[in-house]
Design a protein around this ligand. Structure first.
Ligand SMILES: C[S@@+](CC[C@H](N)C(=O)[O-])C[C@H]1O[C@@H](n2cnc3c(N)ncnc32)[C@H](O)[C@@H]1O
Length: 197
């Protein structure tokens, strides 16, 4: 089956999983998650239901989803179980490649023995403390690919993290780290960024 026939949007996934119905506005660029095809290890920071990690398991070798809230984390594990046990979804996604960790990103020990070459930062960076922004910079130093979604209107700006809360600040921040925008679909959709090899 072609990728385009699988799951196009987050709401498609929720229709199938019947698990949670989020806003239809969060369009998941499933086909573009092919974007992680050459990645050895992708880290999804603030993974919540884990949906991005699980969808990335179609192409990335290994994914670690980090979620700081233990209540949300229960739902992350449920979603992983759903992907693992669903005859339909397990044809396309390998939930066993994903490890979920319940930890604040600031307390999460970045893997030292291997390169993390992909990072997912969707609707999360504005939560980061200064220390977490520094950890993110370390991670992005070696990474080649980033899937980022910026703050949605009305979301709290917890740490007044201006450089990561809006498009110009985030673009400048990532450009300084060597990233360029590869694909930006529309303002509610994650942006794909990569480094020139
Ligand atoms: C707005 S949700 C975004 C979820 C997901 N990335 C997405 O775009 O669908 C933000 C998530 O990040 C988690 N979070 C917030 N601060 C965090 C931190 N410092 N470390 C890890 N997770 C955090 C929250 O618990 C929440 O699940």
């Amino acid at each position: 089956m072609k990728d385009s026939k699988i799951l196009k949007t987050q709401s498609d996934i929720f229709k199938i999983t019947k698990y949670q119905k989020w806003s239809n506005k969060f369009i998941l660029p499933v086909n573009n998650i092919k974007f992680f095809k050459d990645c050895n290890h992708v880290i999804d920071i603030g993974c919540n239901s884990g949906i991005y990690s699980l969808v990335a398991s179609r192409y990335a070798q290994k994914i670690t989803g980090v979620e700081g809230d233990s209540n949300y984390f229960k739902r992350t594990l449920k979603m992983q179980k759903y992907f693992r046990n669903s005859e339909y979804l397990s044809n396309f996604y390998d939930a066993n490649r994903v490890k979920f960790v319940c930890e604040k990103f600031g307390n999460f020990d970045l893997p030292e023995d291997e390169n993390v070459d992909g990072v997912i930062i969707c609707n999360i960076a504005y939560h980061f403390s200064k220390q977490e922004v520094d950890s993110l910079s370390n991670l992005l130093h070696n990474a080649k690919k980033v899937l980022m979604q910026l703050r949605v209107k009305g979301a709290p700006n917890v740490n007044n993290n201006l450089k990561l809360q809006e498009i110009n600040g985030a673009k400048k921040y990532l450009k300084n780290l060597g990233f360029n925008i590869i694909l930006k679909q529309h303002h509610m959709c994650p942006i794909l960024l990569g480094k020139k090899s």
